[in-house]
Design a protein. Sequence first.
Length: 279
Amino acid sequence: MNMPENSDLLRMLKVPDFVVQLSEGLIRPVPEFIRPATGWIAYPPCFIPVYEYGSEPSYCGILKHWFCDRQMIYANLLAYLGYYIYENSRSSEQFAIQILIERFEHDEEFSEFLTEIGNSLAVWDVRSIYDLWERYEDGCYPMLDSFKNDWPESLKSHFQEEYHGDFPSDSMDISHSNLKRYCSIEICDTDTEFESRVFEEADSLPPWFKEENQERLFYELLNESDLSGCWMTLNSRGWLWKDLRKALSALAEKADNYNFHMLCDCWLSQDHESFSEGF
């Protein structure tokens, strides 16, 4: 039996075809910057790489949480910054438009080639987006229908209203019951004020935020059938990949879910140890 690949996972998650094609290298909108994910960069199980980007070990892909009420989003994973992760887009349409705007930044003027790239990403109003971007640059996002009512946390500085998503943000509820819906790599360690508020003002932090003996904590939660807690523990810093492999397999057996098994088989087939010992 062949192991599933990331493209198989993306199809299972019912993302648009262009996302699968990006992962397979069939679409290369910004070849100097965006490259197909080859798997050489290790990543946690909550993340499904779509492509590598930039000059440092980084992915753009999908953040998919299991066993909790979190929305699937597109995110950037910065392996070189201790696996810091941030929200890139809250929908496939936003994801496509942001890639297209990256292409705008590489071209000096509008061309039919940009229209072709946009259409390959299922974006049809390329010229109108270009005209807004040319006039306002990053300030164009609040004027785009795809972003007006539900923008990603990474673009919040361009909007006057409060962020409405469920990715960690400086305006979020930091009660214990809410923080249980997050893993430690989602707390932005580049925003020291927000990080301090979480770790100093929260009434009680979930134990996986302490990043101490995650393996022991995982099996304690597994014995309690706390699948959500197990999942957040698996995706919080403090693991060796070899130990995480065993724990993820144990969670898959406990969960007994076909799609989750598919995710686990794909993640387990990757050679994470060749990149680092753990995260």
